[in-house]
Design a protein around this ligand. Structure first.
Ligand code: NAI
Ligand code: MG
Length: 372
């Protein structure tokens, strides 16, 4: 039996192509693993009314971790229209399978490294080496939303908060409310993960990114917990920066920062910004990490306009494989893979279109495999 069982989730569009690229590299690296295909994505919504079939959930429960490509998702009207006719009008509602996976397996930490590999013509700034820790299950993405606002909810909020009273006369169908839910436990977990990482990899600082001067309760809770946890890591300074200022500083002085930690939505925003400093979607890798399961994925989507063309950059996926190897404890293989990726980028002979080259997805993966 192989040492690891890895769920293989290509999904839609270019998700399939970048996972094939990952396979080339994993085979070369001789990871002692079995890769087991799982159905996920738009195709299964259209055919079965479920983009994350139960058999796939079972598969994940029987594997060590998963490698995920990308999925397609579309707005409500299109989702309903593309559902196979026998299932229409039967109450099937589309949901994002990746968001569901994060919640179902409590993949509470989203790890997104953003590193400028020398020689990448897409680097906005050289020498950037940031790692974003984004809380992955709560905040404005909890999905607790109201529209129109039920009158009971309005009256309860008015009872507990004076400020709501200024909305009391607004018609309920003219108000939408999304709850920003943040728990102490989630704050502690994400901040601890950031500090543990900083300690393990000798990082020079941890910056907590929130907006506690305005969003006093939720951002305030995160900052207060961060200060407490920081005391357990006296060798690593904790910096505090507001999300708006952080966006500016990341463009101005990205090398001043090291590990960033934040809640779900702010993390979504700054990690896209940070990714763009180091080459954009073709380089943005991520891990969704829980206590006993993890899903690794490039952060890009299914890029329908390039689907089937063997054209997109597989580096984001190969870097996600590197994160997976680290998480599995295969640190030597992980570091060889990263060096091979860095070498291919630096040499600049084999490049996909986004880097100004003409090579295919497969050719880039094969070149990385050769360097290994
Ligand atoms: P996208 O990330 O799929 O692509 C946007 C553009 O970025 C592409 O047209 C292409 O120009 C570039 N790009 C993306 N990946 C690239 C790569 N590996 N190499 C080179 N260039 C690359 O985002 P878009 O177009 O907004 O969404 C397409 C579909 O993907 C939608 O259905 C969306 O819902 C879904 N999506 C899925 C995600 C996931 O599976 N985690 C994340 C984001 C979007
Ligand atoms: Mg995003």
């Amino acid at each position: 039996m192989a040492k690891y069982r890895i769920a293989w989730l290509p999904g839609d569009g270019i998700g399939k192509e970048v996972l094939e690229a990952a396979r080339i590299v994993l085979e070369r690296i001789k990871l002692d693993a079995e890769y087991i295909h799982g159905d996920i994505g738009w195709e299964f919504w259209c055919q079965e009314g479920n983009p994350l079939p139960d058999r796939t959930i079972q598969l994940l429960k029987n594997t060590d971790c998963a490698l995920f490509g990308a999925i397609t998702s579309k707005p409500k009207e299109e989702a309903d229209a593309e559902l196979t006719p026998p299932l229409r009008g039967k109450g099937f509602v589309y949901f994002s399978p990746i968001v569901k996976l994060r919640q179902m397996f409590n993949l509470r930490t989203n790890l997104r490294p953003c590193k400028a590999y020398p020689g990448n013509p897409l680097n906005y700034r050289d020498k950037v080496d940031l790692v974003v820790f984004r809380e992955n299950t709560e905040d404005l993405y909890s999905g607790v939303e109201f529209y129109p606002l039920p009158s009971e909810v309005m009256s309860v909020i008015c009872k507990h908060n004076e400020r709501m009273k200024k909305f009391e006369k607004t018609p309920l169908e003219d108000i939408a409310v999304s709850l920003r839910i943040i728990t102490r436990k989630a704050c502690q977990n994400i901040v601890r993960d950031a500090f543990e990482y900083a300690r393990k990899y000798n990082r020079k600082s941890v910056t907590v990114v929130e907006k506690p001067n305005v969003i006093r309760e939720t951002s305030g809770l995160m900052i207060r917990e961060a200060r407490k946890i920081a005391k357990e890591y006296p060798e690593i300074p904790l910096w505090e920066t507001n999300i708006d200022a952080m966006c500016m500083w990341l463009l101005k002085n990205p090398f001043d920062y090291d590990v960033l930690v934040t809640s779900n939505m702010f993390g979504d925003i700054i990690s896209d910004l940070a990714a763009q400093l180091v080459g954009g979607l073709g380089f943005a890798s991520s891990g969704n990490i829980g206590d006993d399961y993890a899903v690794f994925e490039p952060t890009h989507g299914s890029a329908p306009k390039y689907s089937g063309m063997n054209k997109v950059n597989p580096m984001a996926t190969l870097l996600s494989v590197k994160l997976m190897l680290d998480w599995l404890g295969e640190t030597e293989k992980a570091s060889h893979l990263e060096s091979a990726i860095a070498e291919v980028i630096k040499e600049g002979k084999v490049r996909t279109y986004d880097m100004g080259g003409k090579s295919t997805t497969t050719e880039v993966a094969e070149e990385v495999a050769r360097k290994l």
